[in-house]
Design a protein around this ligand. Sequence first.
Ligand SMILES: Cc1cc2nc3c(=O)[nH]c(=O)nc-3n(C[C@H](O)[C@H](O)[C@H](O)COP(=O)(O)O)c2cc1C
Length: 191
Amino acid sequence: MKVVAFNTSARHDGNTAILIRKVFGELEKKGIETELIQLAGEKIQGCAGCGVCFTRRDKKCAVAGDPVNAYIAKMIKADGIIIGSPTYFADCTANAKALIERAGMVARANDNMFMRKIGAAVVAVRRGGAIHAFDTINHFFTIGEMIVVGSLYWNIGIGRQIGEVEKDEEGLNTMSILGKNMAWLMQKVCA
Ligand SMILES: Cc1cc2nc3c(=O)[nH]c(=O)nc-3n(C[C@H](O)[C@H](O)[C@H](O)COP(=O)(O)O)c2cc1C
């Protein structure tokens, strides 16, 4: 079993990555393989609205020149998908939204190909807007017939500078519980 996570922050190894790794810790304890893909430095464009994915139906996006098709291939192989984002202007990052639009549309063009995979959003925030970012990411999972895992609070961690989320005990605990719940569900559903 495998979980692939996308850290869509512009900062490599920032707070979002720290939170995702906390989830990974619990998954790995249960023998679930993990892979973190960090999008910092990548320029990912949104859906071009060309509809080519519906005519080709080859599980690929027709927009070339960026790594989105490689990301889609990783999603296809994984049993669980985490999309992590810092909060940018009370929403997810532009890269997160672009990934959602393109992977989401290719999935729709190919019989909802992420159907029944396990999904979770992870959000870093300084102060406000995390719930909006969390909701945006969950729309990707829930329109794709995926199964969304929760924790004992919404999956957010608080911090501004890199590493500050380490001080948010409740946020870290939320991620640990999320990892435990994700592992539990995957063992029931994907075994
Ligand atoms: C362009 C930009 C917009 C941001 N907008 C918000 C915001 O709306 N609300 C907030 O609480 N923090 C905001 N932040 C702060 C980040 O969410 C916060 O620093 C987060 O921990 C960054 O995570 P990272 O280290 O994974 O990049 C913003 C940061 C940037 C760079």
